[in-house]
Design a protein around this ligand. Structure first.
Ligand SMILES: [Zn+2]
Length: 72
């Protein structure tokens, strides 16, 4: 009985223990969580670099919206 429970715990533990290291930071996450983490982590990393570019795009988008709104 204890053996079965132990085996089950070990097998489920094994599945949960599959950890993948993030490509953007040294942290490791479960194979289930790594995808969402890498997405947000890469966005975090890019934010600094693309901050100015993003601001430009945002300004352009706001400008376009204003023009559209103005036309109507
Ligand atoms: Zn990361």
């Amino acid at each position: 009985m204890a053996d079965k429970a132990q085996a089950r715990a070990a097998s489920s533990r094994h599945l949960n223990d599959v950890k993948v290291q993030c490509r953007h930071c040294p942290q490791s996450y479960s194979s289930r969580g790594i995808a969402s983490h890498e997405r947000s982590c890469s966005q975090k990393g890019q934010k600094k670099k693309e901050c100015k570019e993003f601001a430009k795009l945002a300004m352009r988008a706001i400008d376009a919206q204003r023009k559209e709104h103005h036309c109507e």
